[in-house]
Ligand binder design. Sequence first.
Ligand code: NDP
Ligand code: MG
Length: 389
Amino acid sequence: MRKNIAILGSTGSIGCNALEVIEALGEPYRAVALSGHRRLESLLAQVRRHRPAAVALTDDQPNEAAVKSLRQLGVEVYHGAAGMVEMVQRDDVDVVLAAVVGAAGLPAVLAAVRAGKSLALANKESLVVAGSLLIPEARRRGVNILPVDSEHSAVFQALQCGQGREVRRVILTASGGPFRTASKQKMERATLADALAHPTWRMGSKITIDSATMFNKALEIIEACWLFNLPPEKVEVVIHPQSIVHSMVEFVDNSVIAQLGPPDMRTPIQYALTYPERNSGISRRLDLTQSMQLQFEPPDFDRFPALRCAFDVAKRGGTLGAVLNAANEAAVEAFIEGKATFGEISRLVERTIESHRLQSQPSLDDLLEADRWARQSVREALSQSLMAP
Ligand code: NDP
Ligand code: MG
């Protein structure tokens, strides 16, 4: 059994955790291909340690020094977004772990599915944008898409306790992020530092801000519909501040099956790589001899309009997933650069969705065009200062 893994976005939070998991698993698991964007020092350190055969440098600016160092280490170097697409198709790649952030991950995810590679998917944005293309393509080619996202890994595991037709609903848990109990006024003007202070998870900055607005859960609602072939009416969200219960499935006999563990992404990453087997893990263990509380509460759709948006988009489909995702990426970028307030992020996304002319059976070009349109529309709204509350 070969388990040669390409990690796309190896320099990120998921990428670094994945390399730790692969190193601890040992043979036959190997990181044979890596990709990095800006953090080239970290990438080179990873290459020295893990000795992959191939590396993609995805940033458009060529870095001659990095290329030279990589070649000296005997690595085949690929360039740009197209290079990452080419790299995943290599014969020595069995599994692609997609951990690039944002819609930038989509072309390589699509190429991996088309090349018949197993896909361990962290890059939820690619499903939100193009689930309508990726899922049928994966089915046609018999490609397994194994979720890395902790909630979807939990659902995937719980679903093994019954048949698809026996599922009443899927319950996604959400920590509630740093503003779970904050007032609307406080959230409106929250700073970048406030939004980055996640109570339970350490992650990259984009997903951390998405957790603060709950657009992360919005993306996950849509992700769950695609991955598990569910209508949005069968997906629910519950706030669970401790992030111990990673999600649940309720079956028609009223049994609710949950998956638990401390918040540590190495558990779902490992399961996506070793499935259908389980190996001894390096992630933290759950210690129930320590007294702890597990709380559950309903989400607040008024303070977190992202959730409302997600159910609407999941119902209407077409190009709307691409629009929600791109508008959110552009709004988060603007917030990080100090060009939008925290409160404006949700309003920008809602307004962009409202003004979009939906196309119901989009091609890849239609989806990419909807993505471009949404980003432009956010930039225009910001430049015209349209987004006051
Ligand atoms: P990070 O920001 O930590 O890492 C992102 C990775 O993508 C880095 O390797 C970065 O390279 C690379 N990258 C950035 N921009 C581009 C681009 N335009 N083209 C190609 N590569 C690029 O993010 P995370 O690891 O936190 O998240 C990665 C994905 O996993 C996201 O989709 C997120 O939603 C999902 N996810 C993350 C979880 C977590 O715990 N972190 C949990 C569940 C899902 P470089 O650093 O070299 O610039
Ligand atoms: Mg998640």
